[in-house]
Design a protein around this ligand. Sequence first.
Ligand code: FES
Length: 321
Amino acid sequence: MSASDNLIPVIVSKVVEVNSIIKRFEFKHINGDALPAFSGGAHIVVEMIDGATKRKNAYSLMSSPFKLGQYAISVRREDDGRGGSKFMHEKVVPGMEMKISAPVNLFALDLRAKKHLMIAGGIGITPFMAQMTQATELGLPFELHYAARSASQAAYMGSLKAQFGDAVACYCADIGDRLNLEALLSDQPLGTHVYVCGPKGMIEAVVQTATNLGWPAAHIHFEHFLSPPMGKAFSVHLAKAGIDIDVGPEQSLLEAIEASGTPVNCLCRAGACGQCETQIVACDGDITHNDHWLEDDQRASKKFIMPCVSRFSGKRLELDL
Ligand code: FES
């Protein structure tokens, strides 16, 4: 059973062009009902029916957790991606009916923290928008450090400064503003938790710097917003179902398994939650793992695969599904 099994019918209530690469989409329940409650950092899975192709992508909720009449997400257009963001940008318009999953939170604020230190890169700002609203409402101390290539590409930078004032610091690389992680992470009160969402390099730098400075691992939170990569088509045998399935170049292995009607667990669809971990029965070829879940020895054993983000090339891959 996965979060995206019981989908909620919604109507696209608004589409806003935030800048040249980012659009915001707002959804209301098709019956006008309140949408399920969530906390800052949660994501939903959006189902995209694009002709014969069905995609499901996860996006962080950026709207207020205290206003459940609608959800909002922002989508960065990735022209080199599998087509999900392109579909959202080109085909999704107000009034359109779509389906979304209930929210799941793998990046929640730890309410035991004395202070919440948030670090965002680019479109990684979106989970923090809901978290900051939650922190403000609950009176939790927080500050946001938001880095982007330029002010024109930094979605919501102006409005966040206006709404949260000195709690928000912005860094635009094109004018030479740089976030000094070592200085920032060295100068925090005991009991602070750090949260980072953004490009892979930024997440690694924050985790490494905090670890080097002696931050406890339980105080370091990160969210990868990895979308399933494209690749060459391949075939897989599902041993329990007794079927062969084909995975197209723009399709994830998870999507191909779902399309076959075979049940598989999943929450994040991004290689982070561990829910889709699947045992390999036989593998004659190479797996490109792409996940943030498996340990190196598990990868080397060729006994495990994360179907949401991993791909295969070779003669035969047989899964315990
Ligand atoms: S669905 Fe979360 S790791 Fe695959």
